[in-house]
Ligand binder design. Structure first.
Ligand code: HEM
Length: 263
């Protein structure tokens, strides 16, 4: 079943009868499959609650304002070469100095696609830090980079960075869908995040990219029982990078391919 209604999606995400599809539990220790069997994201019930609590505790030790400043500084230091910055900044805040293995491990984290490079990257990360830090780095990596990339495509040099991010999250979500299994019927349900964020019942003129909307009740960070626990961290990392990119001189901004066209 495909869900495109905002109201239906909210109801479903708050219903404990819908769970993430189970992942294999028999992966060899230290592999990507093993990691997926250990994390909050793919577990349910009490196990999910306990694992999620550990992540929330860890996130509470990180200050979004500091992440933002650090992301801005690192982007400027790298002369606008921002790829890897959100993950490096998050890693440093979590005490992980080397985050070079995160991208390879993150590739199969959500999809479950196993590969020797992904397994090697997971093994490398396990040698550097603990499971909660790895979970946070893998969860955040691709979505935060995709948000920045999409926001840049919508940006003009004088845009308010937060307004730009909020509207980008609504209109062009970095994660296009999330899935659940109905434990009562065995049916797979896909929530189309693009469609629910443009549901005319929930948003006026939903196809218009409008910075004046500010924060909206979009479902890009999920909702209900297991929403993203780090929306403020994600926003801070993305805002820091964008501030550094958009405050550069017009000639430099053009080199970063910020699209100056009116929307
Ligand atoms: C723009 C960036 C991000 C987006 C759009 C995003 C979105 C989401 C969504 C939709 C979920 C829930 C999935 C579902 O209900 O099926 C989720 C879960 C999660 N996110 Fe994010 N996220 C982002 C960045 C981050 C960052 C930076 C972190 C870590 C600092 C993070 C940590 C997590 C964790 C740990 C979960 C699993 C929660 C659980 O198991 O209950 N996310 N995210």
């Amino acid at each position: 079943m495909l869900i495109t209604s905002h109201a239906q999606a909210r109801t479903l995400l708050g219903d404990a009868g819908y769970v993430p599809s189970p992942v294999r539990q028999d992966g060899g220790e230290g592999t990507l499959a093993w990691l997926r069997a250990q994390v909050s994201r793919f577990s349910t019930g009490r196990t999910h609650a306990e694992r999620r609590d550990l992540l929330v505790e860890r996130l509470a030790t990180l200050d979004p304002a500091e992440l933002r400043t650090a992301a801005r500084a690192m982007t400027a230091e790298r002369d606008g070469d921002w790829r890897g910055v959100p993950t490096a900044v998050l890693g440093a805040a979590l005490g992980v100095r080397d985050t070079s293995a995160v991208a390879a491990a993150a590739t199969g984290y959500l999809s479950g696609e196993e590969s020797p490079p992904a397994d090697a990257a997971v093994a490398e990360l396990l040698g550097l830090t603990d499971l909660p830090a790895i979970t946070l780095l893998l969860q955040g990596h691709a979505a935060t980079e995709a948000l920045i990339e999409t926001a840049l495509a919508h940006a003009s040099a004088d845009d308010d960075v937060e307004a730009l991010l909020h509207e980008t999250l609504r209109q062009d979500p970095p994660l296009k869908a999330t899935r659940r299994l109905d434990t009562r019927t065995g049916e797979e349900v896909t929530i189309d995040l693009v469609a629910v964020n443009r549901d005319p019942e929930a948003f006026a003129e939903p196809d218009r990219f409008d910075l004046a909307r500010g924060r909206t009740p979009h479902l890009t960070f999920g909702a209900g029982l297991r929403p993203c626990p780090a929306p403020e961290h994600a926003l801070a990392l993305a805002a820091g990078v964008l501030e550094a990119l958009l405050s550069r001189s017009p000639r430099e901004s053009a080199q970063t391919e910020v699209d100056p066209r009116p929307r």
